[in-house]
Design a protein around this ligand. Structure first.
Ligand code: SF4
Length: 431
């Protein structure tokens, strides 16, 4: 994977909620060097901001799920009024999502918000934009400029610039759209630069994956501000996940992107979980909780593995606070190879499971006991790591078939028709 693209670095937050850095690698204005901050995960609340208790509860639930930054919509004055009560009750930087009413931005700044999101398409009045910039500058609050296709600001040389960029992008099917996005950004940034304001994050979302990849790639070559990645209107989790992961994963693997939001028409908790999982998969964030490896099952399966995997996932959540690798394998044929590197593993067969901890066999239990005994071993292993008696990933699972097959016996015929082979909940990917 390529190194992260160096950018300016912005910081949002305060002493009470903590500070989140976005981007980095270029020196600060005073010459202080920076290094790229971990890619942060953002999400947005789905309830009304004015409904204070519910909004606080949702923010706290998303914070517990791992969100680094949370955005709230502030369409009305009652929403920015509510921010004054919400912000002291949460422990995460809050971003005000402002559309159409620049006054909402000023009110949100006054309420103590940590970042503002502006859309050049619907706050175009130069004087209003300057008022927001000055308010943010006075309080050292960063602004995200979120550019989208529908918004163009008039400027004298717009047609000329569009022509130039259009020619540059003529090879691309999306050339004209990219030209508009870049022109729009240039003209909006002009206003910020005139005010000597550089605490900026840029986003250029679209619902079309190739457009997202092209737009962010081109913007990353032209501007040195950190980038907020996202696919808009990605749809429900079931389909939106693939769309988002393809676009964001491609960019991140190429070193582009400093913070992200995966957008689903679902509970925002899934946006946080999937954003984190994407970053773990690319090695861009350090996993803090258990990593579950599970086989996809096949005609050799001899326990109800799909249910078992879901149950294990739920049990590990909240109980394991170390990146322990846990493998749940349907049989001993391919299981050991696929579970290589797991700290705790179970290999199933003939309605039983053999449990291993760092290569050492510790139990052979009936199917009904696998879940509890596996969790017991995970917790015991976690305690040993915490006491300094064991290290994560130190010893490999090392099983030489066919020995354990003899121990488990062959129960394929007996199993026919007795186990579930179709998942009821698609929360663990198939390999
Ligand atoms: S581990 Fe065994 S049951 Fe699972 S997919 Fe591989 S061969 Fe099939």
């Amino acid at each position: 994977m390529q190194n992260r693209r160096p950018t300016r670095q912005i910081v949002l937050g305060d002493k009470r909620v903590g500070f989140v850095k976005i981007g980095g690698g270029l020196p600060l204005a005073d010459g202080t060097p920076t290094t790229p901050a971990p890619v942060s995960v953002q999400t947005m609340t789905t309830g009304y901001t004015w409904d204070i208790d519910k909004c606080v509860a949702e923010i706290n639930r998303l914070t517990a799920a791992g969100a680094d930054v949370i955005r709230v919509a502030v369409p009305e004055k009652k929403d920015t009024e509510a921010l004054k009560e919400i912000i002291p009750r949460v422990k995460v930087p809050i971003v005000a999502d402002v559309h159409f009413h620049f006054q909402r931005a000023l009110e949100a700044v006054e309420a103590g918000v940590h970042k503002i999101r502006l859309n050049p398409g619907n706050i175009q009045d130069r004087k209003q934009v300057i008022d927001v910039i000055q308010a943010c500058k006075a309080r050292k609050i960063p602004i995200r400029i979120g550019v989208n296709e529908g918004s163009i600001i008039e400027r004298k040389d717009k047609q000329k610039r569009l022509k130039e960029l259009g020619a540059f992008f003529s090879e691309s099917k999306r050339g004209y759209l990219l030209a508009i996005m870049i022109t729009k950004l240039e003209e909006y940034l002009d206003i910020f630069h005139e005010q000597d304001f550089h605490d900026i994050v840029i986003s250029a979302k679209s619902m079309d994956v190739p457009t997202v990849i092209d737009a962010y790639t081109e913007i990353s070559k032209r501007f040195d501000y950190p980038l907020h990645l996202g696919v808009t209107h990605a749809g429900p989790k079931e389909t939106g996940a693939i769309r988002s992961v393809v676009a964001l994963g491609t960019l991140l693997a190429n070193g582009v992107g400093d913070t992200l939001r995966i957008s689903y028409a679902s509970d925002s908790r899934f946006e946080v979980e999937d954003g984190l999982e994407l970053l773990y998969s690319l090695g861009l964030r350090e996993r803090k909780t258990a990593e579950l490896i599970a086989c996809p099952t096949c005609g050799r399966i001899q326990v109800d593995l799909i249910t078992l995997v879901q149950d294990v996932r739920k049990k590990l959540e909240g109980q394991i606070n170390l990146p322990i690798k846990v493998a749940v394998m349907g049989c001993i044929v391919n299981g050991p190879g696929e579970a290589e590197g797991a700290d705790v593993a179970v290999f199933a067969g003939d309605r039983r499971g053999i449990i291993y901890v760092q290569g050492e066999k510790v139990a052979n239990v009936p199917e009904a006991e696998i879940l509890d005994r596996l969790l017991e071993q995970c917790l015991a292993f976690q305690d040993r790591v915490n006491r300094g008696e064991a290290k994560l990933g130190e010893k490999k699972v090392d099983i030489v078939p066919p020995d354990p097959i003899g121990e488990l016996g062959s129960g394929w015929e007996a199993m026919a028709g007795k186990i579930k082979t179709q998942p009821t909940e698609l929360t663990v990917g198939r390999s």
